[in-house]
Design a protein around this ligand. Structure first.
Ligand code: SF4
Length: 63
């Protein structure tokens, strides 16, 4: 699995970091980043919830 955030699409709503804090964080401007080393999702099932939670579908999974 590969977790990606489309930074062009992200509006900084923060739902991903709230939903799966082990995988996502927010930069100083509030935009989402995948935490270093967590690009594989770290086996966290909440990643799928984060995909659903993002209001602009900026989080995608390559499986
Ligand atoms: S939930 Fe979507 S819009 Fe909000 S910070 Fe995460 S990627 Fe960006």
């Amino acid at each position: 699995m590969r977790v990606k955030v489309d930074t062009e699409r992200c509006v900084g709503a923060g739902m991903c970091a709230l939903t799966a804090p082990s995988v996502f964080t927010q930069d100083d401007d509030g935009f989402s980043e995948v935490l270093p080393g967590r690009e594989d999702g770290g086996g966290d099932p909440l990643v799928r919830e984060a995909v659903r939670a993002c209001p602009v579908q900026a989080v995608t999974l390559d499986e």
